[in-house]
Each structure stands twice: as C-alpha cells, then as structure tokens.
Design a protein around this ligand. Structure first.
Ligand code: THU
Length: 159
C-alpha cells in the first residue's frame, strides 16, 4: 500500500490585464459570447470562447430547455460547433465565464464534469494539449491541459 499525492500547477491572475494579448482577446470573446445565453430557468449565463490552432475563435453559450436535460452547457456548445464546422483544426485554448443574472461571478466558473470529459476527447483527438482559462471578475485561472482539471481521465477502452 502507498499513500499517493496529486498536485496541479496553474496560473492565477488578479486581472485580465496581466494576461498575454491573445488570452485577453479570448477572455473578451467569452464575455461577449454570454450574450447568446438562453437561460430562462437558471438565470445563470455562461459564455465560452474556443481558439482554434489557426487563430479562429468559436463562441458558445448555454442553451436551456423546459425539459432540463435537453439543454447544453456553453463549453460543449462551442466545442461541438467547432468540431462540426472545422473537424480537422485542433483546439488551442478554451475560455469560460459564468454570470448570475448577468453579473459575472467573482470566482471563476468551473466546467461541469461532462464538459471536462468532452474537452478530454478533443485533446486526445488532436494529440495537442487544450489550455483552459476560467474567468471571474476578481480572479482568473489558466490551466495548461485538460488533465489538470480532470485527473485520471478516462481515455481508453483498452487495458
Ligand atoms: N452551465 C454551463 O454552461 N457550463 C458549465 O460548465 C456548468 C453549467 C450552464 C448549464 C445551465 O444552463 C446553467 O449553467 C446552470 O447550471
């Protein structure tokens, strides 16, 4: 028997102005993407902006439904749109922001488990680390790969 320990590295920014210009642009795009949120049930608006390897930015926002499970998170809306329209272009960075009644949360909104698993799938598909930026009004986090927000990823059907 062994006691094991897992630690992750990530960057915390206290302001978007501390970020590199490309990341600042992606944060702005995620905030803009919130405008597309259809969230009459939760009143929680999530915006996602996905930068592809070729520089293109694809936006997504959460889409709700009176039959709750029929809705979809912002992150998957963006990733599925990107993969459906540009199937051969790798994902580079995904930025996510959440707001309660249109007020951006102070702490970064953290993606749900299903969205993390979908991120993992595309990271595997393209064989390229997918960076993740989580946006809050008081602080922002940047992770260099999906593994850092989804330890012990399920990614193989083989032994
Ligand atoms: N939501 C997202 O869009 N992304 C997440 O990672 C977590 C939750 C949405 C789903 C629903 O429309 C609302 O936020 C409240 O759960």
């Amino acid at each position: 028997m062994k006691d094991r320990h897992l630690s992750i590295d990530y960057i915390e920014y206290s302001s978007v102005s501390e970020m590199e210009p490309l990341d600042q642009e992606l944060v702005q795009a995620a905030i803009e993407a919130q405008k597309g949120s259809y969230s009459p049930y939760s009143q929680f608006q999530v915006g996602a902006a996905l930068r592809l390897e070729n520089g293109l930015i694809i936006k997504g926002a959460n889409q709700e439904n009176v039959a709750y499970p029929s809705g979809l998170c912002a992150e998957r809306t963006a990733m599925f749109a990107a993969s459906a329209n540009y199937p051969d272009i790798a994902f580079d960075t995904l930025a996510v922001v959440g707001a309660d009644h249109w007020v951006i949360c102070e702490s970064p909104a953290t993606p749900c488990g299903a969205c993390r698993q979908v991120m993992a799938e595309y990271q595997k598909k393209f064989g390229k680390a997918l960076k993740i930026i989580l946006i809050g009004s008081k602080r922002l986090y940047k992770f260099s790969k999906v593994d850092d927000i989804l330890p012990f990823i399920f990614d193989s059907l083989k032994v």
